[in-house]
Structure formats: structure tokens, C-alpha cells
Design a protein around this ligand. Structure first.
Ligand SMILES: NC(=O)c1ccc[n+]([C@@H]2O[C@H](COP(=O)([O-])OP(=O)(O)OC[C@H]3O[C@@H](n4cnc5c(N)ncnc54)[C@H](OP(=O)(O)O)[C@@H]3O)[C@@H](O)[C@H]2O)c1
Length: 275
């Protein structure tokens, strides 16, 4: 079985280690993830949920060459921040984006990011003036070679279609993935059809029915794997680049190794039937 989700020439992490909600344990957990073999890391310059400086400390202290790493951060608008903002909220959004990005470079001790995401559009409807101003500044960072790729998170299909009209189109989408919504079928299939890499989060936590289903357990048992691993492998088969936020070193290894599981066509049918 082949993954079809990556565009030629794009960096190809198999799974991304997410650094949200780890607080003071962030440095230690990112170091453990590096030791386990993770090379792709997701964060955001948003102290409310991420300790990007602490994730960066592990990266800065690591001996892994920069070229082997995939570092991704996000610009989060004032609405998504607490009082600890990485910019002055009174500044115009383009200035905010530049300040947020510069802060992320500093946190990681690097001079470019592999991917820089808009954390989310202002609302669920059409993209507004601020969204376009954010995207415009992200395009400038990309064109300056500082953000190798740009993308958007928590995005709807209509909004993604609007971005087709942008000067630089998104390389990545990062969304929460509910099996009950066909694993975000509309957005995911749009990504597959348009060479956008779809990153999926909450693959386990949003889908307890699939993780706990006897059909998943039966596949896991046959493969001498865990149901969580089967879900990650199934997600990859759907063209999803999975994120895991595990804090458990054994799960770190499990989630990496899940990508090597051999699911049969019948397995895929059985798992698809659960959504
Ligand atoms: N763009 C956004 O708005 C957004 C929103 C949410 C998340 N994210 C990103 O996505 C990352 C991941 O978030 P998430 O929501 O997918 O995950 P998460 O909330 O960090 O949780 C993963 C859960 O799955 C469990 N788990 C992982 N591997 C397992 C395994 N092999 N067996 C059993 N349990 C396992 C973990 O438990 P253990 O710790 O015990 O393993 C944990 O409870 C975040 O850190 C962040 O980077 C982005």
C-alpha cells in the first residue's frame, strides 16, 4: 500500500510529534521524542497551549542536524492567545505575524522554519480582511525563504477553496479528524486532489469508537499491534500525515512503528466501515 499524500520535492515526515499542553515537561518530552526517532515537530507561538521556548530548548540542545528536522509553528491571532502574546495586539496583523514568526525562530534557534501555519481563520465563514492580511505576510515570509512552506489549520473546505486564489497556495492543512465526518473527508480529499499535505490531529482522542471497536482490536491482534497503531496506520493510508501528542516513551515508539504495519485491503474496508 502506498501513501499518495506527499507532493514531489516536499519534505516527507511520516508522523509529527505535537508539543501542545506539555507545559514544563515539554523539553524533556521533545528530547525523548528526538531520541525515539521523531524528526518533525509541531508547535505554535501561543503560550496558552504550547511552550515553544521549551520545545526549542530540546531542539537547540540536540545533536540532530537541522537538515534532518522538520520544524513547524503557527501564528495565532489575539483571540486565541491569553495575555502572554508574542506581539503587540495593537499592531496591525502583518506586524503581528512577523513578530510571532521571529519569536518562533528565536525559540528554536534557527533561521528558517520548514512550515508556518495560520492557526485558524477568524471565523467559519469566508476569509475576512485580517485572514488575507495574515496570509499575505506569510506569503512574504515564504518568498523570503524563511518559511519553506506555509499552510493553514482549522480550515473549512470553502475557505481552502478561497485560498486557491492566493499568490502562494497552502502546502499544508492541519485539522482535527473525526471518523464520524469521514475523517474530515471534504477537506482531506480536496488536499489529496490539490497536492496539499493534510495533517490530522486528535486521531485517537476524537475517535474513541474506532479505537475501541472489536474490528480494530481484531486487526491489531493479528498484526501483533495495538488499536492505536492501527488507527495511525489507517490514517496514513487515507493520505493523512498524523500528529501524535503522546507523553509515553513506549507510545512514542509505537506511533512511529505504526507506519510500518501492513494493512490489507480487507482491513481498510473494515476500518472505513467504522466511519
Ligand atoms: N492546530 C490546532 O488547532 C491543534 C489542535 C490540537 C492539537 N494540535 C497538534 O496536534 C498535536 C497532537 O494532538 P492530539 O490532539 O492529536 O493528541 P493529544 O491530545 O496530545 O493526545 C494524544 C492522546 O493519545 C494517547 N496516545 C498516543 N499514542 C498512543 C498509543 N500508541 N497508545 C495509546 N494511547 C496513545 C496519548 O496518551 P499517552 O500520553 O499516555 O500516550 C494522549 O492521551 C498537539 O500536540 C498539537 O501539536 C493542533
Amino acid at each position: 500500500m502506498r501513501e499518495e499524500c506527499y507532493s514531489a520535492g516536499m519534505q516527507k515526515p511520516g508522523i509529527i510529534y505535537g508539543t501542545a499542553w506539555k507545559k514544563e515537561a515539554t523539553t524533556e518530552l521533545v528530547a525523548k521524542a528526538l531520541a525515539a526517532g521523531y524528526r518533525a515537530f509541531d508547535t505554535a507561538n501561543q503560550k496558552k497551549h504550547y511552550s515553544e521556548d521549551l520545545a526549542g530548548a530540546a531542539i537547540r540542545e540536540s545533536a540532530v542536524p537541522r537538515a534532518e528536522l522538520f520544524l513547524q509553528s503557527k501564528y495565532t491571532s489575539p483571540d486565541g492567545q491569553d495575555q502572554r502574546m508574542p506581539y503587540d495586539p495593537e499592531d496591525d496583523v502583518a506586524t503581528q505575524v512577523r513578530a510571532s514568526f521571529a519569536g518562533s525562530l528565536k525559540n528554536f534557534g534557527v533561521d528558517f522554519l520548514d512550515s508556518f501555519l495560520m492557526h485558524g481563520p477568524t471565523g467559519a465563514g469566508v476569509l475576512d480582511e485580517d485572514d488575507w492580511a495574515v496570509w499575505g505576510e506569510m506569503e512574504a515570509l515564504h518568498l523570503a525563504g524563511k518559511a519553506k512552506a506555509i499552510g493553514i489549520s482549522n480550515v473549512g473546505l470553502g475557505q481552502l477553496r478561497e485560498l486557491e486564489g492566493a499568490k502562494i497556495r497552502p502546502a499544508y492543512v492541519q485539522n482535527r479528524c473525526y471518523a464520524a465526518r469521514g475523517w474530515d473527508r471534504d477537506v482531506r480529499e480536496h488536499c489529496l486532489a490539490n497536492g496539499i499535505v493534510y495533517q490530522g490531529f486528535s486521531l485517537l482522542t476524537a475517535n474513541p469508537r474506532v479505537v475501541g471497536h472489536p474490528a480494530t482490536a481484531a486487526i491489531a491482534e493479528r498484526l501483533n499491534a495495538t488499536p492505536a497503531q492501527v488507527v495511525f496506520r489507517f490514517a496514513a493510508a487515507l493520505g493523512i500525515l498524523p500528529l501524535t501528542g503522546t507523553t509515553d516513551p513506549r507510545h512514542m515508539r509505537d506511533d512511529l512503528e505504526a507506519l510500518s504495519l501492513e494493512l490489507t485491503a480487507a482491513d481498510l474496508d473494515a476500518l472505513r466501515a467504522l466511519s
